[in-house]
Design a protein around this ligand. Structure first.
Ligand SMILES: Nc1ncnc2c1ncn2[C@@H]1O[C@H](COP(=O)(O)OP(=O)(O)OC[C@H]2O[C@@H]([n+]3cccc(C(=O)O)c3)[C@H](O)[C@@H]2O)[C@@H](O)[C@H]1O
Ligand SMILES: Nc1ncnc2c1ncn2[C@@H]1O[C@H](COP(=O)(O)OP(=O)(O)OP(=O)(O)O)[C@@H](O)[C@H]1O
Ligand SMILES: NC(=O)CC[C@H](N)C(=O)O
Length: 553
């Protein structure tokens, strides 16, 4: 193969924008263009829909929002000179709304590309809004022919092949690709394959930051024509990365390997995703501080550490609300965590409030026995106190439920489910332990006995979670298969789980949809969280059709 020795000075603008914050997003793009120009870049590439933020959802139905997008692109075009800018925005062309990449140069929009492959699965619903493009776009930048693609385009083969057939020397991909725990490895493998198969260097630019349940990790990169990753931006960090990119067309060689997190050391990356999600949710919604109920248990302990790492200790408060069933160990451990992490610690006993409630309810309850109602009352009193503090102090309440509990409905509506944001919503209990152990390697945060003691809601004397739930290792494994794998019961049972346990767990999952639908949003870190990509009906009798009498083992 003939060698074309060539470099392209490229700026990868890995920005953290906010959905709908048109002025601020535009300012960030302008600042990145200035920075790229100062450093003599030939080309600056922005993420998908950077002017809108991703996903803009039904803002895309608003003509006034779309007019702002058009005006934003025109403003940027008017300002570009001496450099090429590729910027993503949703734009109406004729009657069609398109997910576009605009090429700006010398005061003009010189070319436009419309995304051809619209993702419409899991958390994506782009077909609700956009009309797909049908054509490749190749533009000349400093003598290099650039083929432009947008995110999902590169997850299929045809658009890259068509761009190369249309003469592209390199591919530039604008992305809004959210994080999940295996995404970085998946993404790198995909891009390596696309670059190598097309023998075409590839630039990949992704958003960074949290947006409701989604968190974007950046992970922008440059690959050579053999599929070697020659540059990889720091994950979860906003920045304009300017590189002298050698786009020499080299023969296909061994696929390069840059260091990738393996699934066994993914815990620190998940930790970073969670802190990014908390920080951006709080800040982008106009708050600076949070509070939470600190029980002495592992879930609230981890949420406290995450909140401190996300927002700073001065912006986090912990509230212990003891009752008769709160052990001395819980009180000591909660206080210890607050001291280690340097947060304000309040103590509000709930017994007198509980007595007042039960006295008022006693005539109505009559002779009915004490049951879960009284447990829920404790959780609800705590919820009311925490929301009152939130109102008065202007801090958001973090709820502490994890994915395992949320899956089986092991939480109290309007009690411990109260809150604005739920950091562990997509984190299974066994991952909670791994994250807690990991956090302790960074510095004292969670007393070891909080990690080691049997989990308990402390809502009844001597209560432990395992009285009502299977061991978490078993529960989580069944849940993963049912939730992420969509596996049928027979297959879950056949893979070695006790039939009655599987039946009970699945039954609980299906029964508790009504709770999840009322739960706070939280950071999605798995391939399927309890948010946009979990749409089970609340009112459903399908449960009755499940093979709850499995064949004899
Ligand atoms: N289909 C439906 N649609 C809408 N609402 C529905 C409903 N079915 C029941 N409901 C309502 O929901 C109520 C039942 O839900 P809820 O009031 O939450 O109460 P419930 O689910 O009965 O009890 C809460 C459970 O969570 C456990 N818990 C609580 C707190 C913390 C922890 C922990 O370890 O973190 C565990 C607790 O031990 C207990 O097993 C019903 O009384 C009814 O009002
Ligand atoms: N005594 C308490 N003081 C303050 N908050 C509490 C107390 N008990 C429970 N909470 C709040 O309610 C949440 C649910 O707690 P609970 O102990 O019932 O279950 P859990 O899921 O095991 O959580 P944790 O591991 O944090 O204890 C806690 O994470 C905490 O936010
Ligand atoms: N915005 C998109 O097109 C994202 C879809 C893509 N498969 C991703 O997650 O990376």
């Amino acid at each position: 193969m003939q060698k074309k020795n060539q470099t392209l000075r490229i700026a990868l603008a890995q920005l953290n924008v906010c959905v709908g914050d048109v002025q601020n997003n535009l300012s960030q793009v302008q600042a990145a263009i200035r920075q790229a120009r100062e450093q003599q870049a030939d080309l600056v590439v922005f993420p998908e829909l950077v002017l809108a933020g991703y996903p803009p959802e039904d803002l895309l139905f608003r003509p006034d929002f779309l007019a702002q997008m058009q005006a934003g692109v025109e403003t940027l075009a008017a300002e570009t000179d001496g450099m090429t800018v590729i910027v993503g925005a949703p734009l109406r062309r004729g009657t069609a709304l398109q997910n576009m990449a605009c090429v700006l140069r010398d005061g003009q929009i010189v070319a436009e590309y419309s995304k051809q492959c619209l993702p419409n699965y899991r958390v994506f619903d782009e077909k609700r809004y956009f009309t797909p493009g049908v054509q490749s776009l190749v533009v000349d930048v400093a003598g290099v022919k650039i083929g432009i693609l947008i995110c999902e385009d590169i997850w299929e083969d045809a658009p890259a092949q068509a761009a190369v057939a249309a003469g592209a020397d390199v591919l530039c991909v604008l992305n809004a690709s959210p994080f999940s725990y295996d995404k970085q490895a998946q993404r790198a493998a995909l891009l390596q394959r696309q670059a190598a198969n097309n023998q075409c260097p590839l630039a990949y630019v992704n958003l960074v930051g949290g947006q409701d349940e989604l968190v974007f990790d950046g992970d922008s990169m440059l690959l050579d024509a053999a599929g070697n990753i020659v540059f990889r931006a720091e994950a979860f960090a906003a920045g304009v990365f300017i590189e002298e990119w050698d786009i020499t067309t080299s023969p296909v060689g061994a696929t390069g390997r840059s260091p990738l997190p393996s699934l066994s050391d993914i815990t620190p990356v998940i930790y970073q995703a969670l802190t990014t999600g908390i920080r951006d949710y709080v800040h982008k919604n106009g708050f600076s501080s949070v509070l939470l109920g600190l029980s002495g248990g592992i879930d609230s302990a981890l949420v406290l550490a995450l909140a401190v790492d996300a927002l700073g200790a001065e912006n986090v408060e912990a509230v212990m609300m003891p009752f008769h069933y709160t052990s001395g160990m819980s009180l000591e451990d909660a206080q210890q965590q607050a001291a280690w992490l340097g947060v304000r610690y309040r103590n509000i006993p709930i017994a007198s409030i509980y007595d007042s409630f039960t006295a008022s309810l006693a005539p109505e309850f009559g002779e009915r026995p004490v049951d879960v109602t009284e447990q829920n009352l404790q959780a609800r009193i705590r919820g009311v106190l925490l929301m009152s503090l939130s109102n008065k102090l202007g801090s958001l309440l973090l709820s502490t439920s994890n994915k395992s509990e949320s899956a089986v409905g092991y939480a109290t509506l309007y009690g411990d489910m109260a809150g604005a944001f739920s950091p562990l919503k997509d984190v299974y209990k066994m991952q909670v332990y791994a994250l807690a152990e990991y956090r302790n390697t960074l510095g004292q945060a969670i007393p070891q006995r909080v990690i080691e003691r049997p989990p308990s809601a402390e809502l009844a004397p001597g209560q432990v979670d395992q009285d009502s739930l299977p061991p978490y290792a078993v529960l989580d494994a069944i849940l993963r298969r049912f939730i992420e794998g969509d596996e049928v019961l027979e297959d879950i049972i056949a893979s070695g789980f006790d039939a009655a346990t599987v039946r009970r767990v699945v039954n609980l999952v299906l029964l508790s949809e009504y709770k999840r639908r009322q739960a706070a949003p939280g950071v999605r870190i798995s391939g399927r969280g309890f948010g946009k990509d979990w749409r089970y009906p609340i009112t459903s009798a399908w449960r009755k059709n499940l093979p709850f009498n499995p064949p004899k083992e």
